[in-house]
Design a protein around this ligand. Structure first.
Ligand SMILES: Cc1cc2nc3c(=O)[nH]c(=O)nc-3n(C[C@H](O)[C@H](O)[C@H](O)COP(=O)(O)OP(=O)(O)OC[C@H]3O[C@@H](n4cnc5c(N)ncnc54)[C@H](O)[C@@H]3O)c2cc1C
Length: 382
C-alpha cells in the first residue's frame, strides 16, 4: 500500500543509508555476529555520513531537524538489510538515548556531549534494568548518595544494549533510597570513571552482534554536573521518553515482519514439493495472505503514531499499543515464515532463522507485552 508519511528528503536519506549499509555493514555482519559486537568505529563512520544525531541543533554539529521520520527510515532499512543485530545500537543511540540529552542537558552539558554523540565518538547507552528488577523499575537498588559536588554510586545493571561500546551511560539511580518513584534520578556515567566496570558481554539467543552487557558500580564518584535534569525526577523523565522508545521498537518490528515476509515469498515460489511450488498450496497462500494483510494494517497504525509523535500528540497508551502489537506481529510472522521454509528455515545460513531468533526479545525489552497491556488496560479505567 502506498505510504503517505514520507517526503522526498526521507527517501533520499533511505537511499544513502541503504547504500552505506550495503557497503559498510552487510559484508561484515556475520563476522560481527560471531564476535558478539560491532566495532566502536562503526558509530563514527555512521556519524561521518550524517546518520547520527539528526535531531541535534546544527551548532553542535547535528542535522538540526527534529523529525522522527529520519529515525524511522534508518530503523526500517536496518531490518530490510537483515542486520538487526548491528543496527540496534544505532537506533538505541539516536532514538532512545539522544532524546534524554536533548531534553535535559544544561548548556554546559550540551557543549560537552552533543558534538561527540553526533560524530559517533561518544556511543551512548541507557541503564535501567538490574539483576533483581526489570519491569518494576521503581524498586531498583543502585544508589547514588550525595557527597559534596559528587554522587557516590554503588550497584549494578544488566542486559544493557551498547553496554561494552558505550562511552556515556545514562544510568537510573536512587538518589533517595527511602523513596520509590520519587527517589530516582538520571546520572551520566562516563567510560573510565574509577569504580565503573563492565561485566560480561552476555551470550544471547539472537541479536548476536549487539553487545548486551553487565555494568558494575563500586563507589563511583560521579560529579553532580553529570546529572540529567532535576534530582528526584528520574522516573518522570523515563516515563516522558518511553513513547518514542516504544515507537522505535514498533517501527523495527513491522519492518522486520515485512523483511521476513519478502524473503519467504521468494522462497515459496522457488521451492517445489509434490511437483509444485510450496507457495501454491492453499495453506501457504492463506498464511501469506494473512501476513500481508496484518503487515499493511500494522504499518498504517505505526505510521499514524509517527505522525502523532511529530505533532507531540502520541500518548503513552498509543505507543504501548504500537509496540506490543508490532512486536507480536514480528514474532508471529517470523515463526510462520520459518515454518514455510521447512527444515532450511532452521539453518542459520538462511536469513529467516536469524530473523526468528532476533525477533524473540522484542516483546520483552522496552516494556513487556504484559506491562504494555497493563498500561492500556489502566487507561480504560480497569
Ligand atoms: C537483548 C536485551 C537488551 C536489553 N536492553 C536494555 C537496555 O539497553 N537498557 C535496560 O535498562 N534494559 C534493557 N533490557 C532489559 C529489558 O528491558 C528487561 O528484560 C524487561 O524490561 C523485562 O524485565 P525483566 O527481564 O526483569 O523481567 P521481569 O520484570 O522479571 O518479568 C518477568 C515476566 O513477568 C511478567 N510481569 C512482570 N510484572 C508484571 C505485571 N505487573 N503484570 C503482568 N506480568 C508481569 C513480565 O511481563 C515477564 O513476562 C534488555 C534486555 C535484553 C534481553
Amino acid at each position: 500500500m502506498r505510504r503517505e508519511i514520507f517526503e522526498p528528503e526521507h527517501e533520499a536519506l533511505r537511499a544513502s543509508f541503504r547504500a552505506w549499509l550495503d557497503k559498510e555493514v552487510v559484508p561484515h555482519h556475520l563476522e560481527w555476529e560471531a564476535a558478539g559486537i560491532v566495532p566502536h568505529d562503526l558509530f563514527a563512520d555512521a556519524g561521518r555520513h550524517g546518520f547520527l544525531g539528526m535531531a541535534v541543533p546544527e551548532e553542535y554539529g547535528g542535522g538540526g531537524v527534529d523529525d522522527f521520520r529520519y529515525n524511522q527510515v534508518i530503523g526500517e532499512e536496518v531490518q530490510a538489510a537483515g542486520v538487526g543485530g548491528a543496527g540496534l545500537g544505532l537506533s538505541l543511540h539516536n532514538d532512545i538515548c539522544l532524546p534524554y540529552f536533548l531534553a535535559y542537558c544544561t548548556d554546559e552539558q550540551r557543549a560537552r556531549w552533543l558534538p561527540g554523540i553526533v560524530s559517533g565518538e561518544l556511543v551512548t547507552a541507557i541503564a535501567m534494568t538490574e539483576p533483581a528488577i526489570g519491569s518494576d523499575l521503581a524498586s531498583m537498588g543502585t544508589t547514588a548518595i550525595r557527597d559534596g559536588d559528587a554522587y557516590v554510586v554503588n550497584g549494578s545493571k544488566t542486559f544493557i544494549t551498547n553496554g561494552i561500546n558505550a562511552d556515556l551511560v545514562i544510568t537510573a539511580v536512587k538518589t533517595d533510597p527511602s523513596q520509590k518513584h520519587k527517589g530516582m534520578s538520571l546520572l551520566v556515567l562516563e567510560r573510565g570513571m574509577p569504580g565503573f566496570e563492565r561485566g560480561r558481554n552476555l551470550e544471547k539467543l539472537g541479536l548476536h552482534s549487539q553487545d548486551t552487557a553487565e555494568l558494575f558500580f563500586t563507589d563511583v564518584h560521579v560529579p553532580v554536573d553529570n546529572r540529567l535534569g532535576t534530582e528526584g525526577e528520574g522516573f518522570l523523565q523515563l516515563v516522558h521518553n518511553l513513547p518514542q522508545e516504544r515507537l522505535s521498537i514498533a517501527v523495527a518490528g513491522v519492518a522486520a515482519a515485512r523483511a521476513a515476509f519478502g524473503m519467504t515469498l521468494d522462497y515459496v515460489k522457488e521451492r517445489q514439493a509434490f511437483g509444485q511450488p510450496v507457495g501454491s498450496f492453499q495453506n501457504s497462500r492463506f498464511v501469506m495472505a494473512e501476513l500481508a494483510t496484518e503487515i499493511e494494517v500494522t504499518q498504517a497504525f505505526v505510521d499514524r503514531c509517527v505522525t502523532a509523535l511529530g505533532e507531540h500528540a502520541l500518548t503513552a497508551e498509543e505507543a504501548a499499543m504500537a509496540k506490543w502489537w508490532a512486536t507480536e506481529l514480528q514474532k508471529r510472522t517470523t515463526d510462520r515464515c520459518l515454518q514455510l521454509h521447512g527444515g532450511y528455515g532452521y539453518m542459520l545460513e538462511y536469513p529467516i532463522a536469524r530473523a526468528y531468533a532476533d525477533a524473540r526479545i522484542t516483546t520483552i525489552y522496552g516494556g513487556t507485552t504484559e506491562i504494555l497491556k497493563e498500561i492500556i488496560g489502566r487507561s480504560l479505567g480497569l
